[in-house]
Design a protein around this ligand. Structure first.
Ligand SMILES: [Zn+2]
Ligand SMILES: [Zn+2]
Length: 259
């Protein structure tokens, strides 16, 4: 295979994976589970729960994510915030940020398993068997191995040793899509960019990233109006997820809570 085609194929896989993973996370985990911006039938809830198991790289429990994210909105930039970059910088700051986010996510998983009932758990979706499969390490290792094996097989068709490390970097990026997305929203849009609203936290907007993040990078708008289905407020801000939400509402898959 010619090297240009090789890079094009890997980029296409990453592009599709990036968009599917981002869409499911913002549509289902963030806007539905954490914020309850719309409702759906138990059947559709199960459908999107299974999609988040099958289609995203690195399973995140919709219930635990919802709980973690509610903590973030309630305690933004305070010591109880599960992921605030405030006061953090450099590589050590980024490592600390990832480590804390990971630990807080685990705390949310344990809390969900225990069945804790708090003011943060109202109407969170529950998928016991999906969570069990998604959080099983054998299943996780199976997916990681599948990603790497597929990429190595593609690299095998290319003449040149460099294809192997390149394919591994692409494979690991696909496996780590959830932390990469988490970094963009929880770190970058709490550190860089502009603000439409002078809210009581560090949230910012990065409009140029909004098409690639399905509107999620309009984070300052979202902190100001967490119940709004449309994160975009100015002409140059794009939130494609809100278009899908409106379409799904129109078709009848979901029902917007506060139209
Ligand atoms: Zn935030
Ligand atoms: Zn939110």
């Amino acid at each position: 295979m010619n090297p240009i085609n090789f890079i094009l194929i890997l980029s296409a896989i990453m592009f599709v994976n990036w968009n599917i993973t981002f869409f499911i996370q913002t549509f289902f985990h963030h806007r539905y589970s954490a914020h309850g911006q719309f409702t759906m039938s138990a059947g559709w809830e199960r459908f999107f729960g299974i999609m988040s198991l099958l289609l995203t790289s690195g399973y995140l429990s919709p219930r635990a994510y919802g709980l973690l994210h509610r903590w973030h909105h309630a305690f933004t930039d305070t010591p109880q915030d599960p992921h605030s970059p405030k006061g953090e910088s450099g590589i050590s700051g980024i490592i600390h940020f990832f480590w804390k986010t990971r630990n807080e996510y685990q705390r949310a998983v344990v809390s969900c398993k225990r069945g804790d009932v708090t003011k943060f758990t109202k109407n969170l979706p529950q998928f016991n068997w999906v969570d069990k499969v998604g959080e099983n390490w054998v299943i996780r290792l199976f997916w990681i191995t599948t990603w790497i094996a597929t990429h190595l097989w593609i690299a095998w068709q290319v003449d040149g040793w460099w294809a192997i490390p390149t394919s591994i970097v692409f494979a690991l990026s696909n496996v780590g899509m959830a932390p990469i997305h988490g970094f963009i929203i929880n770190w970058l849009t709490h550190k860089y960019g502009y603000r439409n609203h002078d809210v009581d936290n560090t949230s910012t907007n990065l409009a140029w990233l909004s098409p690639a993040t399905w509107g999620e990078s309009l984070h300052n708008n979202h902190h100001k109006h967490p119940d709004s289905i449309n994160f975009a407020e100015r002409w140059f801000e794009i939130d494609q997820t809100s278009w899908v939400v409106k379409l799904f509402n129109w078709i009848g898959i979901i029902k917007i809570a506060n139209p």
